[in-house]
Design a protein around this ligand. Structure first.
Ligand code: PRP
Length: 179
C-alpha cells in the first residue's frame, strides 16, 4: 500500500498537531453553545474520531452519509442522503466535520438542509481544503490545511475505497488511478 504513494503530504505528527489546534479553537468557540458535531462519512471518520477526543466540552456523536450523482456533479441538487442524521438540530448550532472541501457542493447542500431543519447556525470544519477545485462561493470556517489540487489519500480519504487506513495523507502515484 505504501509503495502506491508518490509523496507524503502530511505526516501523522503534523496531522495530530493540527487536529489538536482545531479542537482547541472549536472548544473555545462552542463551549457554551448547544452544538451538534456531525461527521460526514466515510472520509471524515478518522479525523472526527481524533478531533472529538481533543474537544473539551460535552458532545454527542453523530454521523450522516451523502451521495453525489455522477462524477463532476455541479449542483447541490444532485446530492442526496444515503444515511441521514438521526438527531434533531432544531435550535442548535451545527458544526459539520469533513475530511475535505473540494467543489463545495456538499457544504452548500448540508447548510441549506440544516438551516431548513431549524439549526441556529451551520459551520464547517474541514481538515483539507482544495480551493482550486471550488465551484461555489463557500468556504469552511475551520480549515486544517490548504492543499494543492493533487490526488490525496489516507487518514480517511480513499481511492476506490482503498487507502483510508493509511495513518498519513499522501499523494497517490498517477499510474494507480490512470490504470
Ligand atoms: C468527499 C468528502 C466530502 C465531499 C467533498 O466525499 O468526504 O464529503 O467529497 O466534496 P465537495 O466539496 O466537492 O462536495 P466522497 O464523495 O469522496 O465520499 P467518501 O467520504 O465516502 O469517500
Amino acid at each position: 500500500m505504501n509503495s502506491d504513494i508518490k509523496t507524503i503530504l502530511l505526516t501523522r505528527e503534523q496531522l495530530a498537531k493540527r487536529v489538536k489546534e482545531l479542537a482547541q479553537k472549536i472548544s473555545e468557540d462552542y463551549r457554551n453553545k448547544d452544538c451538534v458535531l456531525v461527521s460526514v462519512l466515510k472520509g471524515s471518520f478518522i479525523f472526527y474520531a481524533d478531533l472529538v477526543r481533543e474537544i473539551d466540552f460535552h458532545t454527542t456523536i453523530n454521523f450522516l452519509r451523502v451521495s453525489s450523482y455522477g462524477s463532476g456533479a455541479t449542483s447541490s441538487a444532485k446530492i442526496t442522503f444515503k444515511y441521514p442524521l438521526d438527531s434533531k438540530v432544531e435550535g442548535k448550532h451545527v458544526l459539520v466535520i469533513e475530511d475535505i472541501i473540494d467543489s463545495g457542493n456538499t457544504y452548500v447542500f448540508l447548510k441549506k438542509y440544516f438551516k431548513d431543519q431549524g439549526a441556529l447556525s451551520v459551520s464547517m470544519c474541514a481538515l483539507l481544503d482544495k480551493p482550486e477545485r471550488r465551484e461555489v462561493d463557500i468556504s469552511a470556517e475551520y480549515v486544517g490545511f490548504e492543499i494543492p489540487n493533487e490526488f490525496v489519500v489516507g487518514y480517511g480519504l480513499d481511492y476506490d475505497e482503498k487507502y483510508r487506513n493509511l495513518p498519513y495523507i499522501g499523494v497517490l502515484k498517477p499510474e494507480i488511478y490512470k490504470k
